[in-house]
Ligand binder design. Structure first.
Ligand code: TXA
Ligand code: MG
Length: 339
């Protein structure tokens, strides 16, 4: 059931359901989350069941404001404080050492916990109403079935998880890809998952270098489990292939002439690209990729989901530009194409 997120009654209903141990589909600025009381082991178990996600994959715990962090984290390094001050509320998740007595199930049994204060007004309203009811954090992974593309509208959540779930509609997500994840448990910040924040922005705020997961691995072991870091995460049903503009044009030209010969009635191939293509014809479904990273991130998952629903078997995507702003989009496309 989808309720309008901007009605106070919807916020109250969601907070009441969450306090009672139920699941709620919640809009955030990044993607929609599937929320439960982070300190209620049975409720958290329902998230894993609904998603079909293994129970040892840790979930992100969402909080109403930075003051709630110390209720979950044992200590917060200075660079983490600075990152919070710069980017919260917003699309940044910090992995911090977990207080042993809280949110063990949400953390997938790890001795760390992922924390994020989202900026979406509906998420914040629900988090504040929950805090009033004694629920200090909401565990919320993306509201998709395990391994699938994250939902960026309330309707996507229903498609993924059914109409019985209470979902608050907060409109299409403004960011569109999941939060940047920084591991703050290793003495230096380590980037586990790129999002829309660039490395430059993160380092400027942290006041120190931010290591990539590979560099961190070379220094120590092991990098914590992060399901978002599995190679074939975020995959639509259609096979995704990344190609540069030239390879894409060659492939499209060859396919177009083949299709003219066979007169196929239904497009089996979709193309998502910035560079205009010659001779694609109507037998190939074409979607234009925006020329800026932010707009592409915003629509990326909805485009993949839409093309899937149109029944194409292949999605050919033009490789994103090498610039840092595209790191998050490039990461999601690389994973979607890693079959
Ligand atoms: O933007 C987002 O982060 C969205 C919205 C709903 O907030 N949430 C999201 O959650 O993407 P999920 O569960 O799909 O991805 C969370 C990622 C996973 O890769 C998980 O393994 C990692 O965060 N994570 C959470 N806690 C962790 C921990 N203690 N150590 C290492 N990784 C952790
Ligand atoms: Mg996810």
């Amino acid at each position: 059931m989808i309720l309008p997120g901007d009605h106070p009654q919807s916020i109250a209903a969601a907070a009441q359901a969450l306090a009672a141990g139920a699941l709620v589909g919640l809009p955030t600025e990044t993607v929609y989350g599937l929320a439960a009381n982070a300190c209620d082991e049975a409720a958290v178990g329902r998230i894993f069941d609904a998603k079909g996600r293994p129970r040892n994959h840790p979930l992100i715990v969402h909080v109403a404001d930075p003051s709630a962090v110390t209720q979950f984290a044992q200590q917060v390094p200075d660079f983490a404080q600075r990152l919070m001050a710069a980017f919260w509320p917003g699309p940044l998740t910090l992995i911090l050492p977990r207080r042993p007595d809280v949110a063990a199930a949400a953390a997938g049994g790890q001795d760390s916990v992922g924390l994020r204060c989202p900026s979406h007004p509906v998420a914040l309203a629900v988090l504040r109403a929950c805090a009033q009811a004694g629920v200090i954090g909401l565990a919320a992974p993306s509201a998709n079935r395990f391994g699938r593309v994250s939902p960026t509208t309330a309707a996507h959540v229903e498609d993924e998880l059914g109409t019985e779930l209470l979902v608050l509609d907060g409109g299409p997500c403004a960011v569109g890809i999941e939060s940047t994840i920084i591991d703050c448990t290793r003495g230096v910040p380590v980037l586990l998952r790129p999002g829309v924040l660039t490395l430059n922005q993160l380092e400027a705020a942290a006041g120190c270098p931010v290591l990539g997961a590979d560099a961190a691995l070379a220094r120590t072991t092991p990098v914590p489990r992060a399901s978002g870091t599995l190679e074939s995460h975020y995959a639509p049903a259609a096979a995704v292939r990344l190609m540069d503009a030239q390879a894409l044009q060659t492939a499209v030209t060859m396919l177009a002439s083949e299709l003219r010969a066979t007169q196929a009635s239904h497009p089996a191939v979709a193309v998502y690209c910035r560079t205009p293509l010659k001779s694609a014809g109507s037998a190939i479904l074409q979607r234009n990729m925006p020329t800026d990273a932010g707009s592409t991130a915003r629509e990326l998952f909805a485009v993949l989901r839409d093309l899937d629903q149109r029944g194409v078997k292949l999605i050919w995507v033009e490789t994103p530009p090498p610039d840092a702003e595209w790191d998050g989009v490039r990461d999601r496309l690389r994973r979607a194409s890693a079959h």
